[in-house]
Write a new protein. Structure first.
Length: 538
């Protein structure tokens, strides 16, 4: 039975959202208690709650707003966004957040504010984990979101599960791919340490692989982790998977079997352009055939008469020689001894290293041989190497009667400040964003996104108009906006340098902003992803 039910608003009372133009939504209270940004415990038997918010229309036209619930979903980069009735990719959600929000319509006149109450009604069920969503205040196709979390019992004992074993290509070479599922609606920090073992030929042949990885596991999603085989082919069959997965400082013991399908292994091996075959299987088969032939021959010798036995011994000798030839062919044509002066050939070489049977150095010719030197270059990474601080021009104190646009004056900001070296430690004064792509020989697709945090102490909204590498982008406090991608800039030696255009980058403060004497700072969040889908700000 539930001991507590938490309803959390991921908000602070001074924060307002403005996805719908000229609209701000400010949370006030939950069940008559001020919202402080902390989780508020509510009795497990209390299934009905009331949220109070302020809606403000700063525009010159009336608004007709719809208030509904929406569900939280996760994109490929592990970021949250919201939409109606989205099914989860893994696991089962006990109910949708949108089902708990009682919908209503609200009309706001021009320049009007209203305090409204939003009723939340939970289903009468007990559940484990969290149900994530948001309250959507929308007009036409635009919406402002207030994120909410309904939290039940503690997360299941094993929130991360092994789902499937399959294959993939990494740098044109086969790779094992193990899929893990997050059955909860929580963003989980994970530390994975697994060993995969495949046994063949009655346990005579074993292949062991290791997977070590850590990161953040998106809610209700499946994550594929790859293990490069360094050019060796994928092996179909059953794999014994053992090890640990640490989730939120709790350790899961893994001891499970998964099977890699033969059709999957064959498909990946056929697609690989770099593949090194192991002759062990053919050698083992040849040895088995030789043993069978010798056994049959000995059995016949035992039952033959003396005069016929001599004949069978000759047959036995012939079969033995044939078997040795078969072993030679199965091992790739390596001869038992070399002749002449070299270089070696598939049929005549010194790879066995038999003393006195190598290539001859005499008065007429030197002995020559060839061996192999090798090194391997593994794929590198796509990295975000540098981001700039932005300093805008000085303005006068007061309440803005109209929106105010500030020009970019440089890249040296006050240090320390409310953001610089307090919550933001990565920026510098070079005025560039630098991205490096050392993943492979062919450049991969990537996107760079940005979002603007709240300016500490500023009463009012701000919008950054960022000019980066020739592209103008509006960067707000609500969503990540794509500011550059690999299609808009050119790399030099795998390094992309994106310069901030000082003359075209501006910061706009909205009408009604209250400016007091002092220095205002906000975090500027950057996100580099190889996904073509931008992430919503959390």
């Amino acid at each position: 039975m539930l001991s507590f039910l938490f309803l959390c608003l991921l908000l602070r009372p001074t924060i307002a959202w403005a996805d719908v133009p000229n609209l701000t939504v400010t949370p006030l209270t939950l069940d008559q208690r001020a919202i402080s940004g902390q989780k508020i415990p509510i009795s497990a038997t209390d299934k009905q709650h009331r949220l109070t918010v302020t809606l403000t229309n700063f525009g010159e036209l009336p608004m007709k707003l719809s208030i509904t619930g929406v569900s939280a979903v996760t994109n490929e980069a592990g970021k949250l966004f919201y939409q109606k009735a989205k099914k989860t990719a893994f696991g089962k959600v006990p109910f949708l957040a949108e089902e708990a929000v009682i919908p209503q319509q609200v009309t706001l006149a021009a320049n009007e504010s209203k305090v409204i109450q939003i009723d939340l009604l939970l289903p009468k069920i007990n559940f484990t984990g969290e149900v994530m969503g948001a309250i959507a205040v929308s007009e036409s196709d635009e919406a402002t979101y207030l994120p909410i979390i309904f939290q039940g019992n503690a997360t299941a004992a094993k929130p991360v599960q092994l789902v499937k074993l399959t294959g993939a290509l990494l740098s044109e070479m086969p790779a094992l791919s193990i899929e893990l599922g997050n059955s909860t609606a929580k963003l989980l920090p994970v530390d994975i340490d697994l060993t995969l073992t495949n046994s063949r030929f009655f346990g005579l042949r074993k292949a062991t692989y290791h997977l070590q990885q850590n990161g953040r596991f998106a809610p209700n999603q499946v994550m594929a982790s790859h293990i490069s085989l360094q050019g060796k082919p994928l092996i179909a069959g059953k794999y014994h998977i053992t090890g640990t997965i640490r989730v939120e400082n709790k350790q899961q013991i893994i001891d499970q079997y998964l099977t890699l399908a033969g059709t999957t292994a064959d498909k990946i091996n056929d697609q690989a352009t770099v593949l090194y075959h192991d002759p062990f299987g053919w050698l083992l088969l040849a040895a088995f055939i030789l043993v069978v032939l010798i056994g049959i021959t000995l059995n016949h010798i035992k039952h033959q008469k003396k005069n016929g036995g001599e004949k069978m011994k000759k047959i036995f000798a012939s079969l033995t020689v044939s078997g040795l030839v078969l072993l030679t062919v199965a091992s790739g044509g390596t001869a038992l001894a070399a002749t002449e002066n070299g270089f070696g050939t598939p049929e005549n070489n010194i790879s066995k290293g038999t003393a006195g049977e190598g290539f001859v150095a005499d008065d007429t010719k030197d002995a020559t041989a060839k061996s192999t030197a090798e090194f391997t270059v593994e794929p590198g990474f796509l990295t975000l190497d540098e981001v700039p601080d932005l300093k805008f021009e000085t303005t006068a104190a007061g309440t803005l009667k109209t929106a105010k646009t500030l020009k970019l004056s440089g890249f040296d900001v006050t240090n320390p400040g409310t953001s610089k070296n307090k919550t933001a430690f990565d920026g510098n004064s070079n005025g560039n964003v630098i991205v490096s792509d050392f993943v492979g020989a062919t450049p991969i697709a990537w996107q760079l996104s940005a979002s603007l945090g709240e300016f500490t102490g500023l009463k009012g909204e701000a919008e950054l108009n960022l000019a980066l590498a020739g592209k103008q982008t509006a960067v707000t406090t609500t969503d990540y906006a794509v500011v550059a991608d690999n299609g808009t800039v050119t790399a030099t030696d795998n390094v992309y340098t994106l310069a901030v255009d000082k003359d075209s980058t501006t910061l706009t403060l909205e009408k009604g902003s209250v400016l007091k004497t002092g220095t205002y700072q906000a975090d500027l969040n950057w996100q580099l992803t190889n996904s073509v889908t931008p992430s919503a700000a959390e």
